[in-house]
Design a protein. Sequence first.
Length: 248
Amino acid sequence: MTPTSTDGGSVAGLAALLADRTRASFCLTLLDGRAWTAGELARAAGVAPSTASDHLTRLVRGGLLVEERQGRHRYVRLAGPSVAQLIEDLAGHAPAPAAPPRTLRAASAGAALAYARTCYDHLAGRLGVRLYDALLARGVLDRSGGLALTPAGLDWLTGLGVPVEPLRAARRPLVRDCLDWTERRPHLAGALGAALCHRFLDLGWTVRGTGRAIRLTPAGVPALAAALHLDPTDLAPAPPRDTAPRRA
C-alpha cells in the first residue's frame, strides 16, 4: 500500500474494509506473520467458510492481504509490514473490551498475548516494550534526534550474532517504534525488531506458543536478562488475574 496520492474516498474505502468485525478479526489473526487458509481463519473467527471467502476476497482486492496458492490450497497473509503497522496502530487506539474474559482459558490466552506476542514479525506485548526500554537504557538505541541505532548498538548486535548490513540494505526502516495495543507504549519494529525476534527464537531464548503468543524459555530468561543488563525478575509476566465467577 504505497499510493502516490489519496483523497477522502480512498481513505473511506480503506476504513470500510476494516469496519467489519469479521474482516478486522482476520487481520488481527494474521498479525502472527504466517499465511493462513480461509478455513483456518473461518474457524478462528467463528464464521462459515463461504462467509470467510467473500471477506478475504474483499481484503485482497483492497490491498490489505495477498494470497498464495499451493495446489488446491489458498493461503492469505498480510500484504507487508506497513499493513501490520496499520492494524497494530488501530488496535492500540481501540478501547479495551467492555467485558473481561469469562473463562480461565480465555483469561490465560489473553494474559499470554499481553505478555509477549508477535506483531507481524517483531516482539510486542510487555516483553516487547521491556526490550525496547532496555535497548534505550543500554545505549543500543538513541532517540534524541529520532530513533537510531548507535555505534555501541552495532557492537552489541555483533556480539548477539545479528548482522546489521543486510538489515540496512532492506527496503524497510532499520528501526521504528510501534504503538503496543496492550501496553499503550512503543515496542521496537522495523528490520531490527524483526531480526531480534528471529534471533531470540533461533537461540532458543523464546518459543512460539498458541497463535501469536511467544514464551520465554527457562534458559532464555537469564540469557536475555544478561544481554539487556536486567534482573531476571524484570522479565517475569504479570500475575494472572482471577476472572472466574465467584459464589456469593
